[in-house]
Design a protein. Sequence first.
Length: 555
Amino acid sequence: MFKAAIKTYSIQNGFDFVYKRNDKIRVTAECKLKCGWRIHASWSNTRDSIQIKTFKPTHNCGTHHENKKADVNWISNHYLENFRDDPTWTEYALREQIKRDYNITIPRWVAYRAKKMAMKKVYGNEAEHYKNSRDYAAAMQRWNPGSMCGLLKDGPNFHRMFVCLDACKKGLIFGCRPIIALDGCHLKGSYGGQLLCAVGRDGNDDMFPIAYAVVETECRDSWTWFMDSLLDCIGPIEERGWVFMFDRRKGLVETFESVYPGVEHRFCIRHLHANFKSNGWKGRAFKDELFGAARATIEARFNHHMNVIKVMDEEAFKYLEKIDPRSWSRHAFGTHCKSDMISNNIAESFNSWIKDARDKPLLTMLDTIRRQLMCRFHTKREGAKQSTNEICPKIQKKLERSKDLQRYYICHWRDGVVFEVDHCHDSRRVVNLSNMTCSCGRWQLNGIPCPHACAAIYADRCTPEDFVHECYRMDAYKKAYAPFIHPMPGPEEWRKVTIDTILPPLVRTQPGRPRKVRRRAEDEPQHPYKVTRQGYDVRCGNAKRLENEEAIDLD
């Protein structure tokens, strides 16, 4: 305590010191520049306290701007609450704050290690998190009955962990459509790993997190284990009719081909285009035709875009022809899940939503995600209570767009059920109000009346809102968020499960600082809000000439 007080005093007063004596019974410190400042303390006669017996307070050698007493331990303790309030506080901000507070300059590596030590004090030792992972699983199932929190070991070491809250499971079954997006993202902690997730879509077309798991890497074995655990929670595919959306990730395609053959699934068009582009078919023309074929809701339009690609490059056509259209084009999608999405954006949104949790230790990360879900369910539930609409807001917006476009269509009817709708005799569609279908394919695909259907509905003197599918109504939305995610107490109240100790996973630490930002594609902008200089001539700021331009000899 005495040495800590001297250290703080020297930092606050802007000078450094050295210990002349430092043992169990006495401490003597002098100014580093030997200006006369000196303090000596030792045990009192009764040996129940430390007594300062010599103190020369005069210090006249100026301010020391480099003080080694401002070390990693002192900085991490002194600014601990700052890191607790803002874990994103950078090393540069820490160095500037110390310079403003104490007029001291510290090396960058000291700031980096101080931050790392402070975060370890805030969140705990990462190895202890794996040791207490079984206690967390038991507490999760105790405070949220019906939830699944499975743990898998690799010998004495942690291997995988799966979490599916009971509220998410019930909300998916009773209030969401049977379409599930699958994705994975990297964890940024010391032990690395991957976070796999399954995300649904609620009645307002927002993401609905279902389950997540920590695994060692993305491979066929880890995805098969995740899919088996997920289906144990939400029910078999044959009973529920689940449809899966993913982006052809490593191991996931093999899992569906070997373990779940014949199951309806879709590929994300953005990642399909990335693979298409990596095979050499780049350019805006190829992209427009590929996305046009994916968005086509009728086979004739799909064939048109494919034929254009065939004319542009026959090898590109053969590449796409090998991929089943049922997995990437709307015209071949099944209609029972009432979703026409062709991208995996909702799963990417979940990865972005938990971005701040992904660099934390295991249990802190899992508990942060659980707390975010708990708050999200509460916010959505309260918002639904205040709503007076029968249809969810985003769906109502799409319907208003269709209602606005229906004025361009002329409607002819046969018997008040089947209508012929044309657009100035340019295109013609057949609408069946009884079956809620349109020959354009959009209505039966997503359950929202298209402009052709709205024209027929108005001709029949009805309201388009009455023909929107039930999954988009506020009743279904309320059912999705009706279950409660219950709060959990801190680790001190967890029931200790006395089984064998779980060690951290076996990993090989890569050299250098752990990577925080993912590697971007070659043509992907490094900064979404900054114009790139790629393709422009680079001119030297000193010589004022282009990169390949020869220097002019003025002599």
